[in-house]
Design a protein around this ligand. Structure first.
Ligand code: MF3
Ligand code: CO
Length: 256
């Protein structure tokens, strides 16, 4: 069911989203070569807690048989890791890496969800272009995030833009509605036909999240039950914001 948020609920959503935005501002300043992804997770968790939020990914149970509850407060995916990289004391960030962090903060019962891909030190030109295209794909998508358009218009804009840049979108994972639950209807694929899907209405809150691969779209899941990597070993980037559909332009809630 797609939920339309009331004025009060929108205020709560904004608060949760602001926590995520502030957290990324801090992480951007702190993330350095030599740090482990576990250290970054600890820092992100503390920032969210200090801002009165609960890191919603910790203990998140997808309800799939054999998949353990998620063990950390962030997903941190390096280079060929696409999403859901599990923070670890053994994973050290190096100069030249691209590091995607995806985090959800829960505050007053509402969730805010965003992802960023950070470029560490001297990043190769092609990796930089991948990160920029992934971010731009989000902005191409939200050109259609307003009444008069449908979910498929957003999906199509993202998918066509990424394809036009010579990259692939991930097909097995998608954006989503968000509110009291981290994942609500509708699902928002990063590809598809324009003019399809539900109509957008003011009061909808959506997490739009292009996941882009430099090479072929195929992915693999590691034995930890979480980490998703590219099959061909090429790089992948992720960019996500929670947005609010209004009468006019969408509001991006996870950017300050
Ligand atoms: N934040 C992710 C999303 O964009 C979900 C992460 S799964 C979790 O939907 F287990 F880490 F929570
Ligand atoms: Co999301």
């Amino acid at each position: 069911m797609v939920t339309i948020k009331s004025k009060k609920e929108i205020e709560y959503m904004k608060e949760a989203c602001k926590v995520v935005a502030k957290m990324y501002q801090e992480i951007e300043k702190k993330i350095k070569p030599g740090m482990t992804t576990w250290e970054i997770d600890q820092i992100a968790e503390k920032i969210m807690k200090d801002l009165g939020a609960i890191p919603a990914e910790k203990g998140y149970n997808p309800g799939i048989k054999g998949i353990p509850p998620y063990p950390a407060s962030t997903c941190i995916s390096i280079n060929d890791e696409v999403i859901h990289g599990v923070p670890s004391k053994n994973k050290i960030i190096k100069d030249g890496d691209i590091v995607s962090i995806d985090t959800v903060a829960l505050k007053n019962g509402y969730n805010g969800d965003a992802a960023r891909t950070f470029m560490i030190g001297n990043v190769a030109k092609d990796a930089k272009r991948l990160v920029e295209v992934t971010k731009q794909a989000f902005f191409e998508g939200i050109k259609y995030a307003k009444p008069g358009y449908r979910i498929g218009d957003i999906s199509n804009a993202i998918g066509e833009y990424v394809k036009s840049q010579g990259y692939s979108v991930v097909r097995e994972f998608q954006g989503h509605g968000i509110g009291k639950a981290m994942h609500e209807d509708p699902g928002i694929p990063n590809y598809g036909k324009a003019g399809r899907g539900i109509r957008l209405e003011p009061g909808m809150t959506l997490a739009i999240e292009p996941m882009v691969i430099q090479g072929k779209p195929n992915i693999l899941e590691l034995d930890d039950g979480w980490t998703i990597i590219t099959e061909d070993g090429s790089l992948s980037a992720h960019y996500e914001n929670t947005i609010l559909i209004t009468e006019k332009e969408p509001e991006i809630l996870t950017i300050l």
